[in-house]
Structures are given as C-alpha cells and as structure tokens.
Design a binder for this molecule. Sequence first.
Ligand code: PGA
Ligand code: ZN
Length: 431
Amino acid sequence: MLEVDFFLIRNVRAREVLDSRGNPTLEAEVLTEGGVVGRASVPAGASKGVHEAVELRDGGKRFHGLGVLKAVRNVNEIIAKELKGMDVREQGKIDRKLIELDGTPNKSRLGANAVLGVSLAVAKAAATSYGIPLYAYLGGIRARTLPVPLMNIINGGKHAGNELKIQEFMIIPIGFKTFKEALTAACEIYYELKSFLKERYGLNAINVGDEGGFAPPMKESREALEALVSSIESTGYKPGSEVALGIDAAASNFYEEKKDKYIIDGKELSSGELADYYMELISSYPIRSIEDPFHEEDFKSFASFTRNVRGKVQVVGDDIFVTNVERLKRGIELGAANALLLKVNQIGTLTEALEAAELAFRSGYKVIVSHRSGETEDDYISDIAVGLNTGQIKTGAPARGERTVKYNRLIRIEEELGGRALYPGKEAFSF
Ligand code: PGA
Ligand code: ZN
C-alpha cells in the first residue's frame, strides 16, 4: 500500500514553452511527495469561439504580446501556495479550488491556460503515482475504445492561406478493424492526395496548413471534396463505406453579421440557403459529419439542420458549445446538434470537460476529443479519448510532430490493450 503522503502535492510550477506556431504557451508541473512529476502543456486555437475561457496573454512587445509570463506567475505565486499539501487523487476538489481562486466566470483572472495546465498536470501526477497510464486512470477497465480519427487533410479558413471558406476537409476511416489499419489507410490517402494536388495545382498546392493538411489554392468547397474522393478511390478504398468525409465549416468565420449572410464559394447565403447548400454537398459526396455549420449564436439553424439530417450526418458543436455545460444544455434542449467537440482548453479544467462529456453522453450525443490548431507535443488528448471511450478524435493530418505524437500514442495504447482493444469504425457514429 502506498502511504497517503505519497500523493500529496509538494510543489506546482510553470514555465513558458512554445507551441506549433512558435507562439509561447504554458507548461505546468505538479510534484508529489512521492517524487512523481505530472507535466502538461496547453494548446491554443486560431478560430476560437467567443465564449471560450480566456487565455491570459501578457500584451506589450515581447512575443508580439503573446507571452504567458503573467499566467506562469499566477501558477508559481498564487496556485502553487494553495495546492501544496492537497492530494492529486482529488481532481474534483483541486479543480473546484482552481475555479474558486480564479473567481471569474471565464477564468480571466488567473487565465484558463494557467488553470488548465495545472489541472491536467494533477491528473497525470495521479496516474503516474498509481503506476498506470492516463487513459486507465480516467476510465479504469472500461477504457478500451480506440477513437476513429476525423483526419483533416485539406485546410482552409483561418488555418490556411487559401480561399477555401470551409476550415477543415476530413477523411474518416470507418471500414477497418483496428486503429492501426484505419490510420494506415488514412496515411495512404494523404500521400495520394499529395500527388493529386501536385499534379493538378502545381508545387505550391502541397504546402501544409496549421494542422498538417494541404492548403491548395482552391476556390470552392467542391474542389476539395472532389480531391478527397478521388484520392480515396485511387488509393483503392471505397468512399463512403470504408472512408467517409467530414467537414468543419467553422461558419462564424465566414458569417457577416451586418448582412446576416454567409460569404462562401462566391455566394452570399442566408442561413436557409447555406443549409440547402450543405444538403447539396451531402447528396454529391459521402459527407457524414459536419461541424459548426452555422455561426456560434445560431442555435435555431443548428436545430433545424440537425432535424433534417438525422440518421444521415453527424452535426458537431464546437464554437457553439465551447465545451461549456451551460451552452451544451441549451443546445440539448433545442436539439441543436448530436455531437460535442471536446476541447479541454475551451473550459479550463479537466473536471468541467468531463462533466460536459458526461452530459453529452447522457443526452445521446457523441463526443469527439479534439486538438487545437496550435498544439504542443503533449499527447493527453489520446488518453482522454480512450479513457472516455468517445470513439472519435480530431487531431489533424499525419504530417507534423505535434499531430503524429497523438496518433503514435494511440498506436501504443492499442498495442497495450491487446485483445481488449476495440476499434468501433462506423459504430462510433449515429448514421
Ligand atoms: P482552432 O480550430 O483550434 O483554431 O480553434 C479547430 C476547430 O475549429 O476545430
Ligand atoms: Zn471546429
């Protein structure tokens, strides 16, 4: 038996490190009396929801204002003192303490980055103290489902320097028996897409965006969808039954509030017309998942769209819900979606993110654990996906280290679970 003291927090500290865009971000460490260190770093979005918890940035000249030294100081000088002597196994109690210390509804005083770094580092310290992986700490013996990757291989919107308004064009390998086989197919399609783009659009087309997907000089959504279908086929897989498509419109980014219109693919569309446009795309291509089809306040359009595509297409709420239980509750009441995108840094503590996931599951919603466009080499989202048996993950293209580290973690987890591992494929979805 481990002594209780073993789990007590001896110290908490933070430092400024870099994310995948070269921007500073916060890394936190929790040290226990047992000599264990839990370390976690915080990602950053580019197309953020306006209701996300606040990432504290220093302002001024240093790092063009993006420094996180204030958040680091808040960990070292305020949070550390309060958490010393607490037990790393008491995640809920520690997270409540962090929320209370911050005292604001959106974590703007201490910074969601300060709070989240510590919250995750506590969970990792607890798992390591028990000598078990994070997914097993989070999910016990029930944790065995490898997630289907919704792999974003063509980047647009705020993640790329091209004219595509839809932010993410994803392939979803559903017709496979293991995670490794699904990942293999997705990588093969990614290489095939690279050759396709080079041939059709020239060398510039294979530059990659923030999430590792290609950012070709395309003008319209159909071109991207066409390229995906053609690459799936020429790799030898069946579009639809083996590899489905998904999009993240991130529609707040092409919504013009003054006109109440969406500016997309050379057209100005009302929300009704945009819904019709999505229906056309769905009927021409095997699209099975659509994220943020409308801007983040338009619960009504989300709801009528969700009704119309029931049983056919998954409707995912990211900017509209921001992993926030209150906003998710509203969405559930109105029937605004049928899946929740789970980003821990949108809300700021592990406990609150887990509460959002539980509410989603109880309400028949699917949950997709997600990276951010600005990532670090930390791989906890893989463990969260398996720990919660979400069955779905979004972590970009197999092209940049901060993305592949998540896939590689999942390869290891699948191997470790051995015969118990489950790759749900199509079963992870409600279509
Ligand atoms: P972000 O985008 O990380 O830049 O906010 C990801 C997404 O919209 O899913
Ligand atoms: Zn999104």
